[in-house]
Write a protein that binds this ligand. Sequence first.
Ligand code: C5P
Length: 219
Amino acid sequence: NSDKSLTGKTVLITAGPTYEAIDPVRFIGNHSSGKMGFSIAEEAANRGANVILISGPSSELSNHQNIEIFRVTSAKEMFTKVFEYYENADIAIASAAVADYAPKEIAQEKIKKSEDSLTIKLVKNPDILKTMGERKTKQFLVGFALETQNEEENAKGKLQKKNLDMIVLNSLRDEGAGFKGSTNKIKIITESTVTEFPLKSKTEVAKDILTFIEEQILK
Ligand code: C5P
């Protein structure tokens, strides 16, 4: 699929981890590399889409002329940026590994080492994707799920709860799948279908995801 099949479409993509500050030098984060989201962005741009890529801290780069990149740090910043662009998007793909919780208070000064134990109170972050589902008008909405048990059932539940059109499931049980590496093994789940794909590079996985979305939009 090397034609410009997404010409005229605006695709909003979230990518990477979020970092939630504890104090001026420390944060809570995760091992997401941002590779999957950047690969989807590149492929969508190659297909002619106008891509808005909102990424948490990631060493991935792109200078594709169809991609506008916004770099954010925390879930709250990602939320704000997403909803500057969501209304106008035709397709929205949430591949970011957003932290579920953030420190309730960010210490103004570096926390000193003192007691043997230290408690940091966390509060729930906004669910960006769930909010996209609630505010859905015309958008074809795609989420990701990384499950360790009852994967398909949990992914289906998420599809419904977040009002998604499809969900991409990565299994942690599959070697080479997930978060950090450059390969991934996915299942695509819609209301009525489950489609399994073999282990591939994230570049190839991005093609499978976008081809699947195009088929759904056209039918
Ligand atoms: O519920 P769970 O975190 O497993 O859902 C994963 C999906 O939700 C991913 O697509 C992720 O990008 C999105 N998400 C989000 N904002 C959050 C948490 C998850 O957009 N705060």
